[in-house]
Design a protein. Structure first.
Length: 220
């Protein structure tokens, strides 16, 4: 029996990294400002609403686009961050926060573990995003310490880590946006390995193993 020809259609998508990074930066600024009392505690519900209405959707949307663009690492990262912002926003909408929360502490520890594993993979090709994940892991770990009844300074340390994370996220957004607009490798992104060849290589290099990717092969 003759082989049946199969045609695979790839649709070009714009990079979702800049949008997700900008939203991530805004979320960290808002939450850090709340922890440092730059935003009064009385406005915590407004901050929670902003996280739910602005930050979370702009993380979850890029996650879907990253899956469609065949970037499982970026998609997984954005989805985890987006869901975490939903939880944070709903918690703030729930009213006054208790300084010690075992449930929040356990969740943050699990989140830090996820970020540690994601950063180990991301550093191989996108060290800039890997650095973002490492700082996010540090911020989450310190936040877990505070939630589990750690020292008083842990809350402020969480806030300052969040501000550092926001700066790095904004830098990442600009760097990857510039790269996507020019369609050329930018030294600002520090790409290596396959992530670098994704922009410098030829089309045949990008589709050489497409038959083995999810959505084409029979099973995930």
């Amino acid at each position: 029996m003759a082989d049946i020809p199969v045609q695979i259609v790839l649709r070009p998508y714009a990079s979702s990294i800049p949008l997700a990074s900008f939203a991530f930066g805004v979320g960290n600024v808002l939450y850090s400002a709340l922890l440092l009392h730059w935003i009064p505690a009385a406005e915590s519900r407004q901050v929670g609403l902003m996280l739910l209405a602005f930050v979370a959707p702009l993380e979850l949307g890029p996650s879907l686009m990253a899956f469609l663009a065949r970037d499982a690492g970026g998609a997984t990262t954005f989805a985890i961050f987006g869901a975490a912002w939903v939880i944070q926003g709903m918690t703030l909408l729930g009213g006054p926060q208790t300084p010690v929360s075992p449930a929040s502490g356990a969740f943050l520890l699990c989140l830090a573990l996820c970020l540690a594993m994601l950063s180990a993979v991301t550093f191989r090709g996108k060290p800039l995003l890997g650095a973002v994940l490492v700082i996010a892991m540090l911020r989450t770990s310190v936040g877990a310490t505070a939630a589990l009844g750690g020292p008083v300074w842990a809350t402020k340390a969480t806030a300052w880590c969040g501000l550092l994370l926001a700066l790095l996220a904004f830098y990442s957004a600009v760097a990857f946006l510039e790269e996507d607009v020019t369609q050329r490798l930018s030294p600002l992104t520090f790409r290596t390995g396959e992530a670098r060849s994704a922009l410098e290589g030829e089309l045949k290099d990008q589709i050489s193993k497409i038959e083995k990717e999810a959505g084409v092969r029979k099973q995930l």
